[in-house]
Write a protein that binds this ligand. Structure first.
Ligand code: F6P
Length: 504
């Protein structure tokens, strides 16, 4: 740890820890920590006032950011420098939103035009009648499309998309049951075009088309990949291969051709709005200084709870059914990016890194897991996310109730309640942040996702780790391959399980 970084941490550790009640004694509290940002899809409020940071923490965290070289590293990311140093790659997902190094923005634009042509051609019927798309991908090649389509294409999808990720054949069979092979396209989405789950599912999807009367199964396949040669070699015609750049990480790839199913379901115009919403957040992240920078402010709070209050988890509850897949999207984004034990220079991390991200949807979660948030022994910082304009057209009582519950949870966690019977007492002083969108639409969702991307990156910079590699996923894959190819003897437990399942 550099002297400046270590000095900033020492300041942070020495600061008093006021309660939320103490902090709210300041009449300026709300104005200082709750900010309304005007964005293309409508305003979004980022209320971090019910988090334990005060002005002194703010100043000390800004010093930490300076000591950790935050502005330089942010500039290097947007400038297309190879900041993913373990893999020798730049990190250029923002170029797909039109923000970044000029040449990369131009290249991304050209790739989008190619993608748009195919989307428009399918909508125009040039590939025959297309009612369904089975989108096959996993991790970053599935979670983003699944989230965006579930959030935005509920009632009027132009094409019904079925996202299949698991190698468990039950997942693919469910999609087969919902589709007619004669009117179904298959998207094979894989940055590397080598992932076992995806390639196995893709092969089975081809077989399904062939055995159900489709004369040219490969003619029904679109490939979305950073390695177009591999897709062509596998059998997809070059005209239906939509490439993207190697400098776009898997969990940051929704903006690239991996977003093809989103554009197909919504139409290009809405996909362009989605990109524009994210671009507005990029510009905010690039330009806003210090605590006014909302993703950076959120990263400060994240580090405060993991490193200064020893919180091992953080939770996100969407009070909006349309965002029910957001927690699982954030799990990959945050845990794969920042679940690391070493710093950029290879030395051990200075403290805990990513907390475990978990969450769910309100109000369902209130009746299942909120007991622990209110009275359990773990301190869990919580994000609530909601939209003012309802997504439904039922009696407004539904939406009013939903929002009332969302705000009630934040208030209850903070206020707590005394009671004679200890079992009925609530300790209170429990932190939450609220993100309140005027509306949930393509632009707002784009901005929300970009906010979380930048929050994750900023936390990584403050912890001096590389948020863009994921070597931790490799060992398990290697062992699975070794099991299937035979010849290796494993530990007694693994050997016994393999024998019992008839695999060995
Ligand atoms: O194994 C993890 C991972 O590499 C993720 O980072 C990635 O999003 C996912 O697998 C899928 O990879 P691909 O898009 O190359 O199939």
């Amino acid at each position: 740890m550099s002297d400046a970084v270590s000095a900033a941490w020492q300041v942070l550790q020495a600061l008093p820890k006021p309660t939320l009640k103490d902090l709210f004694a300041d009449p300026a509290r709300l104005a200082a920590w709750s900010t309304r940002l005007d964005l293309p899809g409508g305003a979004v409020r980022f209320d971090w006032s019910k988090m334990h940071l005060d002005a002194a923490h703010g100043t000390a965290f800004v010093q930490l950011a300076e000591a950790a070289g935050f502005a330089e590293r942010r500039g290097a990311m947007f400038g297309g420098e190879p900041i993913n140093q373990t893999e020798g790659r730049a990190v250029e997902h923002t170029a797909l939103r039109g923000v970044g190094r000029e040449t990369s923005v131009e290249e991304a634009h050209a790739l989008h035009l190619r993608m748009k042509s195919l989307v428009d051609a399918i909508h125009a019927g040039l590939l025959g009648e297309v009612k369904h798309l089975i989108h096959i991908g996993i991790g970053g090649s599935a979670l983003g499309p699944a989230l965006a389509i579930d959030a935005l294409a509920r009632d009027e999808a132009k094409v019904q998309v079925h996202v299949v990720s698991n190698i468990d054949g039950c997942a693919l069979e469910a999609a087969f049951r919902a589709c007619d092979p004669a009117t179904t396209l298959i998207a094979v989405a894989s940055k590397t075009f080598t992932t076992t789950e995806t390639m196995t599912n893709a092969r089975s999807a081809l077989d399904w088309l062939a055995t159900n009367g489709v004369a040219d199964p490969y003619g029904r396949v679109v490939a979305l990949t950073a390695y177009p040669d591999k897709a062509v070699e596998w059998g997809v015609d070059e005209t239906r291969v939509l490439p993207f750049g190697e400098s776009v990480g898997g969990r940051y790839s929704l903006w690239s051709s991996i977003g093809f199913p989103v554009a197909l379901a919504l139409g290009w115009e809405e996909f362009a709005e989605f990109l524009e919403g994210a671009a507005a957040m990029d510009r905010h992240f690039l330009e806003a200084q210090g605590l006014a920078n909302l993703p950076l402010r959120a990263a400060f709070a994240d580090l405060y709870y993991t490193r200064l209050r020893q919180c091992q988890t953080r939770a996100c509850f969407a009070y909006d059914e349309r965002l029910r897949l957001l927690p699982s999207y954030l799990q990959q984004l945050e845990m794969e990016s920042n679940g690391k034990s070493v710093k950029l220079d290879g030395t051990p991390a200075d403290g805990p890194t990513a907390p475990i991200t978990w969450g769910g949807v309100g109000t369902d979660a209130q009746h299942a897991v909120f007991q622990l948030l209110h009275q359990g022994t773990n301190l869990v910082p919580v994000d609530f996310i909601a939209a003012i304009i309802p997504g439904d057209s039922l009696d407004p009582a539904h939406h009013h109730n939903l929002l009332a519950n969302c705000f009630a949870q934040g208030a209850a966690l903070m206020a707590g309640k005394e009671a004679k019977d200890p079992a009925r007492a609530y300790p209170g002083d429990r932190p939450s942040a609220t993100i309140l969108c005027e509306d949930l639409n393509p632009a707002t969702l784009g901005a929300l996702i970009a906010f979380h991307e930048h929050r994750t990156f900023a936390a990584g910079v403050l912890m001096q780790i590389n948020s863009f590699d994921q070597f931790g996923v490799e060992l398990g894959k290697e062992i699975a391959k070794a099991i299937l190819s035979g010849g290796t003897v494993f530990d007694a437990s693994t050997e016994a399980l393999l024998a019992e399942a008839g695999i060995k």
